[in-house]
Design a protein around this ligand. Sequence first.
Ligand SMILES: [Zn+2]
Length: 310
Amino acid sequence: MHPWRPLIFHMCGQRRNTLGRTVFRGSQGRFPGVFYNSVCKTQPAIFPCADLHPMSRSQIELESLIQYLDALLDIPEFPDYPGAMNGLQVEGSRPIRRVGAAVDASLASVHAAVEGKVDLLLVHHGLYWNGARPLTGRLYRRVAPLVQGGVALYSAHLPLDAHPDVGNCAVLTRALGLEPAGRFGSYGDEEIGFRVETDEDREAFRDRVAEASGGGPVRLIEGGPERVKRVGIVTGGGGGFVADAAEAGLDTLLTGEGSHHTYLDAMELGINLLYAGHYATEVWGVRALAGHLREEFGLPWEFFDFPTGM
Ligand SMILES: [Zn+2]
């Protein structure tokens, strides 16, 4: 069992209605073109895990699934960097029966998706960060296998960092055994992170973060008090939020990575700064999202893990 599965249960259980279906913002009942799995529909259970659908025959038309994801994640409205290009990035050629999840739309992930015979690959970092470019070289080598294999690619960046249920920050927070006490970390009109409260030595907190992140190294910059009480969490490259953490009255910022100067920011502004790794803080959202699609539509999924160590 993956260690995060109970967290999915916890998260979904909070939002389950009396019919046993999960209620999400933007979800207006059933979606056209969706073939609902009877096991999912009637299962009063707790949470559908892989074992409930060992031979799942569920499928959903790509267009319907994209509509569902766009609504769930508020894709049209959520602010992001222009290159994020959230939503469907590469169209597929068939209904969705099997889903893959990966942090990056890298060459390795794309090949794993094609070889794994998934119909849709969900990623957090998509293909187009450098804007419109000729479909040549590395970009071509990433896109061509998807097109030739008929695999659709869907990317969700800040909307997936921020989402209150399946977002990177929400799931990481719960993996740490903490409950959000509010939002933190503004991008445009949205806040992409969470504020949490605890009371523990900063080394113990660092160790807990390392354990939740699979044992990877967690760098602690000891700029704040020895006792951690008010923490801001922003997944990915959130080192630039040190000053915001100080302004918000927090004593600690947990994020993935940051620039060199953030050491001085943390030390001079009195903030403990933890760097748990960009990749390690962003494996959560795509997995939770794929798990959510299994729950809603009975689609089996797998995670393609290609850690960057960054
Ligand atoms: Zn990221």
